[in-house]
Design a protein around this ligand. Structure first.
Ligand code: 9G3
Length: 565
């Protein structure tokens, strides 16, 4: 392709709204342009990279016998009402009317559509297992679109769905998809981890997220230093391996803590470390109120709390509600003497405290020498805290460290939720109607493109993995006006293109400096520069990632690139 004939609007400066590396480089190198918040156009270079990513995904999906389909973006609200997601989903679900006033959604995902298809078309166990997938545009009205393609409101997803007649079948389908995802992300050259994740609203059992490691990642991953354990910190369980203190139990006592409000102030005033104090937070859990107690140096994990109580809604109450219910403000809440209508749950770490302090449910008063076995006889204990760096890994091997990740894929065991709601049944071998069991699997295609740039760039631009770049070779002619340069470049372009190489030919009437800067921005792995030595047939070859360069005679180029590819 000749650059004088295509559209690659590079930018010298970083646009103000570029809020992460991939956003900055994809804008500056002319791969994408924002139409409006969270909505982008892929320009020619961007489209070519998308196609290469999709080709790898298709190959691996077809390898495991998944069947590609294409389902509509426009979905009838009726199906979403049958699964009760029409009401449950918030503002993120884009709802609209057609000309007849009928209600629709712009599809954020396709469980409803694909399950209704199976309900209508699959009636016998002989047709199972079956896996369908698509690569299609999704719509989610994110409150705060940001980081370019990483969190858009319209994006490209590969979403796959598997249908089984047994749980074992689902387990096997899930494993096959999991392995296919590992192959896809390895082929994409991504540094990734498969992490145990929280199935949250999806209601399934097992679920794993695939995270591309990058400091801009919005998810924090807890991983073990000595095993392949990795989990989203929302889910990472904490081992109950607290040694019970041997300290002799002192008598419970109340002390005035007149101006001490925060945990640290109380700990300093009572002359003990944070982990000798109890922190109590009051939550509204669906229609109930729950007092959650953790050690002073730990944080409540609200996802764990919600899952433990099988709740739909968990929110921290405000100070006035705390005063109304507990007759005291946040600084003096505690688990002793709480009225029966408020359940008290303590994180596991609290159980092994000895002679600890806690709020006395009176403003400016705390208890000291609290010994849970004696003073908290009927509280419940559960794993409710966030895992911390330095905790022992839940698999018992090594300790936990944190890193940031971009969620690029997820695999879910959905079970029967959607099939039950939509009546997707099949006749089993005995002719009895059974509900289909499902799995669902997603890869953020456009998000993956940005994740790759997060991992492959330097201070001059993008450094694509060779097989993902929009072109394989970038051919620059420094002075198009000089016949010997132009003729040699034209000849090299024709020869390499005819040999099957993907060549981007910078034939523009631009200064050499502009061409080099643009070439570094765009990030094509190999560059040929035709310049002063053209009359001797000598050109310069440069490798973008390593910056190494050397001179070659044009007659060597074909063999050189055949060797490289
Ligand atoms: C919605 C909206 C946003 C959503 C969903 C529904 C996420 C929703 C979870 C999934 C699960 C899997 C198939 C591919 C892999 C992921 N955000 N999810 O269901 F209405 Cl507005 O999408 N779906």
């Amino acid at each position: 392709m000749k650059q004088s004939k295509t559209l690659i609007p590079t930018l010298k400066e970083t646009p103000a709204d570029a809020d992460t590396s991939s956003h900055k480089w994809l804008l500056r190198a002319g791969y994408i342009r924002q139409n409006f918040s969270g909505v982008y156009s892929f320009l020619p270079l961007g489209k070519r990279v998308l196609d290469k990513i999709e080709a790898i995904v298709r190959e691996e999906m077809d390898n495991i016998g998944a069947n590609e389909v294409l389902m509509p973006a426009l979905q009838s609200a009726d199906l979403w009402k049958e699964t009760e997601r029409w009401d449950k989903m918030g503002e993120e679900l884009i709802r609209l009317h057609d000309r007849h006033g009928r209600e629709f959604v712009l599809g954020p995902t396709h469980e409803e559509i694909v399950t209704s298809l199976i309900r209508d078309e699959v009636k016998s166990y002989k047709k199972l297992p079956l896996t369908l997938y698509q690569i299609q545009t999704k719509f989610r009205d994110e409150r705060r679109p940001r980081f370019g393609l990483l969190r858009g409101r319209e994006f490209i997803m590969k979403d796959g769905y598997s249908f089984h007649d047994t749980d074992e079948g689902l387990d096997q389908g899930y494993q096959e998809m999991y392995q296919a995802y590992c192959r896809i992300f390895e082929r994409l050259g991504l540094n990734f981890r498969a992490v145990i994740a929280d199935s949250g609203a999806m209601g399934g059992k097992d679920t794993h997220e695939f995270m591309a490691l990058a400091e801009v990642g919005e998810d924090t991953i807890a991983f073990s230093t000595e095993s392949d354990y990795a989990a989203n910190i929302e889910t990472a369980e904490v081992l109950d391996i607290y040694e019970v203190s041997t300290e002799e139990q002192k008598p419970l006592a109340k002390v005035e803590t007149p101006n001490q409000k925060t945990m640290q102030e109380v700990a300093d005033f009572l002359n003990h470390s944070l982990d000798q104090g109890m922190k109590s937070l009051l939550f509204k859990v669906d229609e109930d109120y729950v007092l959650v107690v953790t050690r002073g140096d730990h944080e409540v994990n609200e996802i764990k709390l919600k899952n433990h109580l099988h709740a739909k809604e968990v929110t921290l109450v405000d100070e006035e509600k705390s005063l109304e219910l507990m007759k005291t403000g946040f600084g003096s809440l505690g688990p002793i003497g709480v009225s029966d209508e408020i359940k008290v749950i303590c994180d596991l770490a609290v159980r092994s405290l000895a002679n600890a302090s806690c709020g006395a449910n009176e403003d400016g008063v705390h208890y000291i020498n609290v010994n849970p076995s004696r003073d908290l006889p009927d509280v419940e204990y559960a794993d409710l805290r966030f895992i911390k760096e330095g905790d022992r890994s839940p698999d018992g091997k090594g300790i936990i460290k944190f890193t940031e990740g971009i969620e690029i894929g997820q695999v879910f065991k959905l079970g029967k939720f959607y099939a039950e709601k939509l009546g997707a049944n099949y006749l089993n071998q005995q002719g009895k109607a059974e509900t289909v069991t499902m799995g669902c699997y997603g890869i953020g295609i456009s998000r993956v493109m940005a994740a790759i740039v997060e991992q492959y760039h330097d201070d001059k631009g993008i450094t694509w993995p060779t097989h993902l770049a929009p072109y394989q070779i970038h051919l620059l002619v420094l002075n198009h006006k000089k016949a010997e340069q132009r003729e040699l470049a034209d000849q090299i372009y024709q020869q390499l293109t005819e040999a099957g190489f993907e060549v981007l030919y910078d034939d523009r009437d631009e200064r050499a400096g502009v061409k080099f800067a643009d070439s570094d921005l765009i990030g094509i792995p190999y560059r040929i520069t035709v310049g002063k030595k053209a009359s001797d047939g000598i050109v310069e070859c440069k490798i973008r990632q390593s910056n190494e360069q050397d001179e070659r005679h044009e007659s060597e180029l074909l063999d050189y690139f055949r060797e490289l590819f």
